[in-house]
Design a protein around this ligand. Structure first.
Ligand code: BV8
Length: 254
């Protein structure tokens, strides 16, 4: 990515009043967290994540599903935010100092944006770090990493299997997350879509919403996606390399 290509979107970021950043698994890839499609390595290689990340799979085999999620929970806890997460947190502070705002709508369940110091983070697909009783929805605290659950599936006081607080395929996104998302998308003048394949709805539809409201749009992804043809600027590359450069050109060196 040459400097020429980075200046116009960086200018737009510096001048923006209300920014929305939609992030996907690609932002966490450089922290060592495999993207959703790549999660299935090693002992999980024979499973399809889209089949496992469903209420039906949990009902059918709660042991397998909770083992998979606890394996990922401990994997996420062992990773650190990368320069891409840190750049977004810095941009949020710089915009706030100028009376602007930056809202992060993340599809990731790893908690790394918050661990990078970002505020105003909306976890569209929930969190893998918190779990709840599948019957009463009472929170049930997992053992502190690197401790795994002692049994699979963990069983709540109500005698029901305990599940992670993530949104499975076929489940509705949390009401509050959707409300905060639509509110931010209505008023944003710039949307960045970073590290997402843009195929999972309703998040994949957010960019059209922002465009319809007149926002300019930036995509950061090494690959083409279904939205690459409609964004204002498509920046081909890795988020941990491009985001720090974009923020440095917009707001000066850190
Ligand atoms: C709902 C949590 C309704 C769990 C996840 C149309 C047809 C068929 C089905 C549907 C449809 N419209 C809606 C649906 C249903 C479905 C859906 O969208 N299906 C898709 C497959 C078509 N949607 C749902 O079920 C949603 N709920 O619609 O509910 C409803 C309403 C009322 C009442 C009841 C129901 C719920 C969707 C949430 C599912 N949960 N995660 C878990 O993590 O286990 S989604 C999961 O997959 C991830 O969160 C991620 O968002 C998504 C995709 O995974 P990945 O591909 O790995 O990640 P990502 O997309 O982010 O892609 C990685 C990208 O990074 C790539 O582009 C790659 O190039 C890039 N990259 C790689 N390295 C880097 C990089 N980029 C930058 N830098 C790098 N270094």
């Amino acid at each position: 990515m040459d400097d020429q290509a980075i200046h116009p979107p960086a200018q737009a970021l510096a001048q923006a009043r209300s920014v929305v950043v939609l992030t996907g698994a690609g932002v966490s890839a450089e922290s060592g967290i495999p993207t959703f499609r790549d999660t299935m390595a090693g002992l999980w290689a024979s499973f399809d994540p889209q089949q496992l990340a469903t209420p039906e799979a949990f009902a059918r085999d709660p042991e397998l599903v909770t083992r998979w999620y606890d394996h990922r929970r401990l994997g996420c806890a062992a990773c650190e935010p990368n320069p891409g997460h840190l750049a977004l947190a810095r941009a949020q502070g710089e915009l706030a100092r100028r009376g602007g705002s930056l809202t992060i709508l993340t599809q990731n369940v790893d908690g790394l944006h918050t661990r990078a110091g970002a505020e105003n983070v909306v976890e569209l697909h929930g969190s893998i770090m918190t779990w709840r009783c599948s019957k009463t929805a009472e929170p049930v605290t997992p053992p502190p990493p690197p401790e795994p659950w002692p049994e699979f599936p963990p069983i709540s006081h109500a005698g029901a299997p305990v599940r992670p607080d993530v949104v499975w395929f076929g489940e509705a996104l949390p009401e509050e997350a959707l409300e905060r998302s639509f509110e931010a998308l209505q008023s944003c003048d710039l949307l960045l879509s970073v590290g997402t394949s843009s195929v999972v709805y309703p998040a994949a539809g957010f960019i059209e919403l922002a465009c319809a409201n007149g926002a300019r749009t930036i995509e950061v992804n090494p690959q083409e996606t279904p939205i690459s043809s409609i964004v204002t600027w498509a920046l081909r590359g890795r988020s941990a390399e491009i985001l720090p450069r974009l923020v440095a050109v917009a707001f000066g060196a850190a």
